[in-house]
Design a protein around this ligand. Structure first.
Ligand SMILES: [Zn+2]
Length: 532
């Protein structure tokens, strides 16, 4: 279908030229008593001469007119209306427009062809007009449109929407009226002209082709809904639905009230939520949902829906009131509003955590705890620990050489001095734990892999009397420190640590020279002992 042969359209060319009637130029050069003129439109050249009038007291006057910059005139040769521009003092002029031409293919197929037309005038040269077909948008009944663009010499598939301004070639309207799938679609100007005149035309008919009930939606008065479809604002339609309530994804009894508000997105979303949860809310319950939707973000309602799945809106409201997180009255100031909104968010967080961990959500103790913040904090620690344990098991398996190399590395790198000790990591899990406690990134795969493969090694620098407490993490290659960091990537006691490590490196060099006499806990840095 997309490859159908489309003939070039000569009429577009002519029509395009007419769009530039305001930008036709005559270049003039005044020379004493005459002026040379060059019409860029027809290429004609002629001279306007000053003639002496019969009255000797009058000044010399130019024939008919004296050219001035930007003055309107008429070409003496081709009679076209044009604007005077002084030759030699004018930049080239450029204008362009896009023209959209819609063509019927058959009753269920339609194509929009978009032409890029431009006009370029340089002084001394004649005006050049070009008109190139740039885009093709193929519409097919009940399908997404397929788009092609012609930026080079060939057509490419494209995902770019129609965001440009364009003029509609008048014949398009006749073609639309001829096409079966558009025949009964009402022409809703308020939607088509939302941005610029007619510029919603392509989007409008894309929606009309894609959604088979578009015609019915408009006729029912769901204008806002149709507008959202045209503007591709997500309203979650179900094109395969058998009837209107299925296609809108709402309960049947809500159609009337949705029409009453023209299909506004806010209301639609609440009805869609009701159906998604398999509920039939009463008026009172629906008022509560509205309240939940008001003054909050849509995501808040989505989060609330995780709770509403297991309970009624009334019970949720009562709990929120008790917990002082229900929407405050109109008079409440913004601080109170924000505080309550934050509380609600925390509560929703708590709920989704419970759901993720597979708790029984029909249990009121779980759903409506007396102190959900405390329960939430407990959950966070629990989830964190489970994650950590999982990660440790994973890395032990993935980087086994860290453990097997430990003994050898320890002989090479372990040392103690000035109240500090340094040693390599015993296994991958220990590195992950170090990263977690110190809140830096050493537990990431990059460092683990590097240590595992022997490119660089992770060492722990700790206080001698607190050997199990992470303090400083060091990355080393041979006898050279690559980097070191403390908690939160900070370098507390930088001077002291740098000096200690410098001394340590010297010691490592010495060990390298006489490897047989290595002492496991060599004394280093006697100077630092005082400062430590
Ligand atoms: Zn002319």
């Amino acid at each position: 279908m997309d490859n159908i042969d489309l003939k070039p359209v000569k009429e577009i060319d002519t029509w395009a030229r007419k769009q530039f009637t305001g930008n036709r130029y005559i270049y003039y050069r005044r020379k004493g008593s005459y002026a040379e003129c060059h019409c860029a439109e027809c290429g004609g050249r002629y001279v306007l001469r000053a003639v002496e009038t019969e009255d000797p007291f009058k000044d010399m006057a130019l024939d008919i007119e004296k050219p001035e910059r930007d003055m309107q005139t008429v070409c003496r040769k081709c009679k076209t209306k044009a604007i005077y521009k002084p030759a030699g003092y004018t930049r080239s002029e450029y204008a362009f427009c896009r023209i959209c031409f819609g063509q019927k293919v058959d009753d269920e197929h339609f194509v929009f062809r978009v032409f890029y037309a431009d006009q370029h005038t340089r002084q001394g040269c004649d005006t050049v007009y070009r008109c190139m077909e740039e885009h093709r948008i193929f519409l097919e009944k009940s399908r997404k449109p397929s788009r092609y663009c012609n930026y080079g010499a060939r057509w490419h598939q494209s995902n770019v929407g129609e965001n440009w301004r364009y003029l509609v070639f008048p014949k398009t309207y006749k073609e639309i009226a001829k096409t079966g799938m558009f025949k009964y679609v009402p022409v809703e100007q308020s939607i088509m002209n939302r941005y610029y005149d007619e510029c919603g035309l392509i989007d409008y008919y894309i929606a009309a082709a894609r959604y088979p009930d578009f015609e019915m939606i408009l006729k029912a008065g769901l204008i806002e809904y149709a507008d959202n479809l045209v503007r591709k604002i997500p309203v979650n339609p179900n094109p395969r639905g058998k009837n209107i309530e299925d296609r809108l994804r709402i309960n049947k009894n809500r159609i009337k009230s949705l029409i009453a508000c023209k299909g506004t997105k806010k209301v639609l979303e609440m009805y869609q939520l009701e159906r998604r949860l398999g509920k039939h809310w009463t008026d009172e319950e629906f008022e509560i949902i509205k309240k939940l939707r008001e003054n909050t973000w849509k995501t808040d309602l989505n989060k609330a829906s995780t709770v509403l799945k297991y309970t009624s809106p009334i019970r949720l409201r009562n709990y929120m009131k008790k917990q002082k997180m229900w929407m405050p009255g109109e008079k409440a100031d913004w601080r109170e509003r924000n505080r309550r909104q934050d509380l609600r968010r925390e509560y929703y967080d708590y709920i989704s955590m419970r759901i993720n961990e597979g708790y029984d959500m029909t249990n009121d103790v779980i759903l409506f705890p007396t102190d959900f913040r405390r329960r939430r904090d407990e959950m966070i620690l629990m989830v964190e620990k489970a994650k950590m344990d999982k990660r440790k098991t994973e890395v032990l398996e993935k980087y086994p050489k860290i453990k097997s190399k430990y003994k050898k590395l320890s002989e090479k790198y372990s040392a103690a001095a000035g109240g500090y000790i340094i040693r390599p990591a015993k296994d991958a899990a220990e590195i992950v734990e170090e990263g977690r406690t110190l809140h830096h990134c050493v537990g990431g795969d990059g460092y683990l892999r590097s240590h595992n493969d022997g490119r660089s090694f992770i060492l722990f620098l700790r206080k001698a009397d607190k050997k199990d407490v992470p303090l400083i993490t060091v990355e080393i290659r041979d006898e050279e420190i690559i980097q070191w960091y403390g908690a939160y990537d900070r370098k507390t006691n930088k001077k002291l640590i740098d000096a200690w490590l410098a001394q340590y490196c010297k010691e490592l060099q010495k060990r390298k020279k006489k490897p047989k006499t290595v002492q496991k806990t060599a004394k280093i840095g006697s100077k630092q002992q005082k400062t430590a």
